[in-house]
Ligand binder design. Structure first.
Ligand SMILES: Nc1ncnc2c1ncn2[C@@H]1O[C@H](COP(=O)(O)OP(=O)(O)O)[C@@H](O)[C@H]1O
Ligand SMILES: [Mg+2]
Length: 362
């Protein structure tokens, strides 16, 4: 017994975390009060972190020693005695000038012990990490928009310059074809006409890939239908699109439409690559201030928690798709939700505001 007591004493003296022992005055049936807490003992770590000397505080009232203390530090002492179990709290301590985490333990004879953990450095790096995450998200949003701007710029250059020149060239070739020319020249003009027609059609599909014009002309739904048709039908996957909310009433920014279009493309490719589905449904719901696009398949499903939460692992082992969808949506105030039971299909739903906070395309 004596030896055990000795070990506890050594532990108390040497442990790196501050520990304080308190006594709360009053009858055991009474609800304890913060002004009745008195110091019984503190360890050297407490003296060091709180910058006080033990003999100056032992026996003194808590509020006399720490008149400016935040309420939580005395409340946990009182609450652990009142409730009879450990109580946890954390926060900035002005007196210590540190960010502390504390656990209060109730002891017999209206005593309580509080062990403090100095989490100042942890808090600073956690805050810095959160700031960095915010910055990264803002950057991701910026990247998405500037990627779209660049695509648009290339697409409109292709259309206005190269496309225009090709059409002029085709017209000239057709004029020539009507003339009375030697057979080998006519044959070559015929070949050139065909080649020019091919170039025009290729540049049109390139322009479409770069910046789907349907998005601007007729809106998101037909663009998604065209996308599903071109991606899913060649794979023999049946598809349909269901939509709620009138387009005229709840109009999304162009930039939002483009972002959702590109992400839906990734989800359709996922369904093709990973799900083995026979059927895919695209759901587009518009409401006040908000738009949701979901892709639902009847394939093998997957463990969504793994794909989204353990991003580093997901990236190392698998792709970047879902992770980047989540990051980019969060950056514009949206979110992604995955509902999937392995073996029973998957639904990935993307929601975001109809309008971009910081403007859209240039
Ligand atoms: N519709 C789906 N059906 C089944 N598994 C899926 C589906 N979508 C995604 N997955 C699983 O989640 C993983 C991560 O997807 P993603 O982030 O898009 O990366 P990638 O497509 O490059 O593998 C995929 O590798 C796959 O295992
Ligand atoms: Mg993918």
């Amino acid at each position: 017994m004596q030896e055990d007591r000795f070990s506890y004493q050594i532990f108390f003296e040497r442990v790196f975390d501050p520990i304080a022992l308190y006594r709360v005055e009053g009858e055991s049936r009474e609800v304890p009060n913060a002004d009745r807490i008195f110091f019984v003992d503190v360890n050297p770590a407490y003296e060091r972190v709180m910058r006080i000397v033990k003999r100056d505080i032992v026996g003194r009232n808590f509020l006399d020693v720490w008149p400016e203390a935040e309420a939580c530090w005395s409340r946990i002492i009182v609450d652990c005695l009142r409730l009879g179990h450990t109580i946890h709290c954390e926060g900035e301590s002005r007196d210590a000038g540190r960010y502390l985490e504390a656990i209060a333990f109730p002891l017999p004879r209206r005593r309580a012990a509080v062990i403090f953990m100095d989490k100042t450095e942890w808090k600073a790096s956690d805050d810095a990490l959160k700031r960095k995450q915010e910055e990264l998200r803002a950057l991701a949003a910026q990247l998405t928009l500037s990627e779209e701007n660049t695509r648009r710029a290339i697409a409109s250059d292709l259309h206005d310059r190269i496309g225009y020149e090709l059409v002029v060239q085709l017209k000239m070739l057709r004029d020539l074809a009507g003339r009375d020319l030697p057979p080998d020249v006519r044959r070559k003009i015929g070949l050139l006409t065909l080649a020019t027609e091919r170039l025009i059609s290729q540049s049109r599909s390139l322009i479409f890939e770069l910046s789907p014009p349907v998005l601007k002309e007729v809106g998101l739904n037909p663009a998604l239908e065209a996308l599903a048709k071109s991606l899913l039908e060649p794979q023999g996957i049946k598809w349909s699109l269901r939509s709620r909310g009138t387009i005229g009433e709840f109009n999304a920014d162009d930039a939002i439409c483009v972002i959702l279009y590109r992400m839906t493309r990734e989800l359709l490719l996922n369904a093709i690559k990973h799900s083995g589905a026979a059927r895919v449904t695209i759901i587009v719901n518009r409401g006040p201030g908000k738009i949701m696009v979901a892709v639902e398949d009847d394939g093998r499903g997957f463990d969504a928690g793994f794909s989204l939460e353990d991003a580093a692992l997901a990236r190392a082992a698998k792709g970047f798709g879902l992770f980047s969808i989540r990051e980019r949506l969060q950056a514009i105030g949206g979110s992604v939700q995955i509902v999937s039971v392995p073996g029973r299909g998957a639904t990935v739903a993307m929601s975001c505001p109809l309008k971009l906070r910081n403007g859209g395309f240039k």
